[in-house]
Write a protein that binds this ligand. Structure first.
Ligand SMILES: C[S@@+](CC[C@H](N)C(=O)[O-])C[C@H]1O[C@@H](n2cnc3c(N)ncnc32)[C@H](O)[C@@H]1O
Length: 250
């Protein structure tokens, strides 16, 4: 007899069975993959680049390090990591093959392919042995994962002792007026923009709703500590529109 879990989770503002969320998220990113990079620039007015650079500033990649970039999509974080490290290796893992195909094409155009692997896989069940990587990153990915604690446990498992976790994610703005203004922008502008550029407003409606459902900075920090990470800290970006969380496997 097949057993089905009756646990539910959120997919944006909808409540769905846990077993259905990954398929829905996969559908969103398969639909938007070819327009993902241009939409990122348009929606954020280029600011996502500044946040990703801030992630690298705090991470300070070093020559020879092995990175696992989970939910790595079209490779933005891995490309930056390799540029900063000078030498090293990056594995981009994502559950949506179409996103990886876009990234691989970018890597080939930029002659970065030799230092990169592209792996289809799930953040909650990583296909790597324990203690493999020096650095684990996940950028704008973790809020899409069905069970965030499982992904954090997997991050801890595959990092070497002394390895570093860094998460870039949308977060909560502590100032209520700013949060109100930001919500007006997100909900009124981004889905119509998605319709115009990617011919898909539903996927972008999900993306803005999923931001609202993600825990605030301190709650997420505690989840990182609960997964076993030490010296865990966060930094707000753009007044908390996004945040960087860092932790170490000691
Ligand atoms: C918003 S994109 C982020 C891409 C890239 N990291 C960036 O910062 O531009 C989110 C990515 O998370 C991936 N994703 C969502 N859930 C995942 C999971 N459980 N395991 C692996 N990848 C996942 C999606 O396929 C998508 O490519």
């Amino acid at each position: 007899m097949t057993q089905t879990s009756d646990k539910t989770t959120h997919f944006g503002f909808q409540t769905v069975p846990e077993s259905e969320k990954a398929g829905k998220v996969h559908g969103v990113f398969t639909n938007v993959a070819s327009k993902y990079d241009v939409m990122n620039d348009v929606m954020s007015m280029g600011i996502h680049r500044i946040w990703k650079d801030a992630m690298m500033d705090w991470l300070a990649p070093r020559a020879g390090q092995k990175l696992l970039d989970v939910a790595g999509g079209t490779g933005d974080i891995s490309f930056r990591f390799l540029d900063r490290a000078g030498s090293g290796h990056a594995t981009v893992l994502d559950m949506t093959e179409q996103m990886l195909i876009e990234g691989r094409q970018r890597a080939e155009a930029g002659e970065k392919s030799a230092s990169l692997d592209w792996v289809v896989g799930d953040a909650m069940a990583l296909p790597f042995p324990d203690n493999t990587f020096d650095v684990y990153t996940i950028s704008f990915g973790i809020r899409n994962v069905t069970r965030v604690p499982d992904a954090l446990s997997e991050a801890f498992r595959v990092l070497k002792p002394g390895g570093r976790l860094m998460v870039l994610e949308f977060s909560q703005i502590p100032n209520p007026m700013m949060q109100w203004a930001y919500d007006r922008y997100s909900f009124n502008v981004i889905p119509p923009m998605g319709k115009l550029i990617a011919n898909d407003s539903d996927s972008y409606q999900y993306l803005v709703e999923s931001i609202r459902k993600f825990p605030d900075q301190d709650t997420f920090l505690q989840m990182i500590k609960d997964a076993g990470f030490e010296n865990a800290k966060y930094r707000n970006l753009s007044m908390g529109i996004a945040a960087l969380h860092s932790g170490w496997k000691i």
